[in-house]
Design a protein around this ligand. Structure first.
Ligand code: UDX
Ligand code: ADP
Length: 456
């Protein structure tokens, strides 16, 4: 008789979002002997994970989920049941920037995290390893440990295992990460927990890429990595303004400096500024922490990265107004791309939101087109959405438009029939390439008035 399949060291993840869902799918895909349960309070989200249409658009994710779902990967709203079954509990609930009280606009709102920690204490039936997966302020683990240590019988060992995946390439990043970082206490219990978690990743990640540190270094490393990446973008965007003033070309400058092996070529692409759920939130969080520790100069240094990002968006809109004869009133503007970058449906902190708002304040008529992200337009623009049209068809969006404003670097925008678009537009037909991805020489020969970023 076949023996009943038993799972050793089951794993659960509380929070089925952009991080929890893909990460657990990858873990399940490489650990067939482990049961992996992803739970969330949001039933609609769980239903979507269990359906044919994933709640997030992520290339390659469908296949991984479908491969393991119902075998060793499960999505459920039974949070308490999952906590009881599992020895390793990842926490991937959201930690948005606080919008109220002390630290509003900067500090992380930890209410979901704390509610989760209290729930773990309430329902746990044996010792557990609790893994911080959400990006958290440094020393959050300390607060969590205080809540978790309130149990008379069981011990909860806290680890920090920040996720470095980028949206749009989540599956690829999880499959071949630059590193897996695990922070924990350097005590016998802490070391045993680190080892247990490292084993999960060692199923597919080479040992030398699994880096273990103390808890605080792991927490800070995530904030620091995002701050350094965002700083590169603000640096290149600040130089794009100088390029426009001096007739230098930012793409040429970026290529030249990127060939210096100490600098490297990645993350030097100018654009409408960085978006996404992490960069702004994490930098503001870093700023808040620095201020709390009395490090004003350090806080000011990092705050400037966010200020330059806002400046880039204002600068771009000012350029559009100036080019279009100092008025946008009643002009039809076709915004190409609403997602914060290509290959994702995510629009959190998308530069398109701020730019659309600034354009709408000029009383322009706006049509937004995007292949994946239109579902977020009404939520992101609030009252303004009533005056904004949307269409998945870029040709429809450009019909009768005075300008195309390209904000997301979708591959399909490179392959559009620009002669057809030009014909359908009002003349002069303006094209603002906010990502510098189109062939400007060719567009000019069609008849477009083209403006890129940081271009002479
Ligand atoms: C980022 C980090 O890359 C990832 O490691 C972390 O786990 C989460 O935050 P993500 O926000 O998904 O990932 O996307 P990313 O590819 O980093 O892009 C962030 C923003 O920067 C996007 O708006 C993108 O368009 C912009 N960007 C990126 C540029 O403007 N220029 C570049 O050269 C690179
Ligand atoms: P991230 O990008 O960090 O993954 P998301 O916002 O995409 O963040 O996902 C966080 C998920 O956490 C959401 O689906 C949300 O419903 C879920 N969540 C928040 N609080 C709780 C909680 N107390 N218990 C379970 N899930 C929660």
């Amino acid at each position: 008789m076949k023996s009943k399949k038993t799972f050793n060291k089951s794993i659960c993840c509380i929070g089925a979002g952009y991080i929890g869902g893909p990460t657990m799918a990858a873990i399940a895909d490489h650990n067939h002997d482990r049961k992996v349960i992803v739970v969330d309070i949001n039933k609609a989200r769980i239903d979507a994970w269990n359906s044919d249409k994933m709640p997030i658009f992520e290339p390659g994710l469908d296949e991984v989920v479908k491969r393991r779902r119902g075998k060793n990967l499960f999505f459920s709203t039974d949070i308490d049941g999952a906590i009881k079954q599992c020895d390793i509990i990842f926490v991937g609930v959201n930690t948005p920037t606080k919008t109220f009280g002390r630290g509003a606009g900067c500090a992380s709102d930890l209410q979901y995290w704390e509610a989760t920690a209290r729930n773990i204490v309430k329902v746990a039936n044996r010792d557990k390893i609790v893994v911080e997966k959400s990006t958290l302020p440094v020393r959050t683990a300390e607060a969590m440990e205080r809540i978790l240590s309130n149990h008379p019988k069981f011990h909860f060992e806290v680890l920090s295992n920040p996720e470095f995946l980028a949206e749009g390439t989540a599956v690829k990043d999880l499959e071949a990460p630059d590193r897996v970082l695990i922070g924990g206490h350097q005590t016998p219990r802490g070391k045993a927990a680190i080892k247990a978690l490292a084993e999960v990743y060692a199923a597919w990640v080479p040992k030398e890429k699994i880096l273990t540190t103390n808890l605080w270094s792991a927490e800070l490393s995530k904030l620091a990595a995002n701050a350094m990446l965002a700083q590169r973008i603000s640096s290149v965007n600040s130089l794009s303004a100088l390029c426009e003033a001096t007739e230098a070309d930012i793409d040429q400058v970026a290529k030249a400096i990127g060939m210096d092996s100490r600098i490297g070529p990645k993350f030097l692409k100018t654009g409408p500024g960085f978006g996404g759920s992490c960069f702004k939130k994490d930098i503001l969080n870093l700023v808040y922490i620095c201020e709390n520790y009395g490090l004003k100069e350090v806080a000011d240094y990092w705050r400037q990265v966010v200020l330059i990002n806002d400046y880039q968006q204002e600068r771009m809109v000012a350029g559009i107004i100036k080019t279009m004869f100092n008025t946008l009133a009643n002009k039809k503007l076709a915004v190409f791309g609403f997602a914060f970058k290509a290959n994702t449906s995510d629009t959190r902190e998308s530069p398109a939101i701020a730019i659309t708002k600034l354009l709408a304040a000029e009383r322009a008529q706006i049509v937004i087109t995007d292949p994946e992200a239109l579902g977020h337009v009404s939520g992101d623009l609030g009252e303004l959405a009533a005056n904004v049209e949307t269409t998945e068809d870029p040709y429809e969006a450009a019909k009768g438009a005075d300008a195309i404003i390209l904000l997301t670097e979708w591959e399909q925008y490179k392959a559009l029939d620009y002669k057809k678009l030009y014909k359908a537009m009002r003349k002069p037909a303006f094209l603002f390439d906010g990502r510098n991805i189109l062939n400007h020489v060719e567009l000019k020969s069609i008849g477009f008035e083209v403006k890129g970023i940081g271009k002479p």
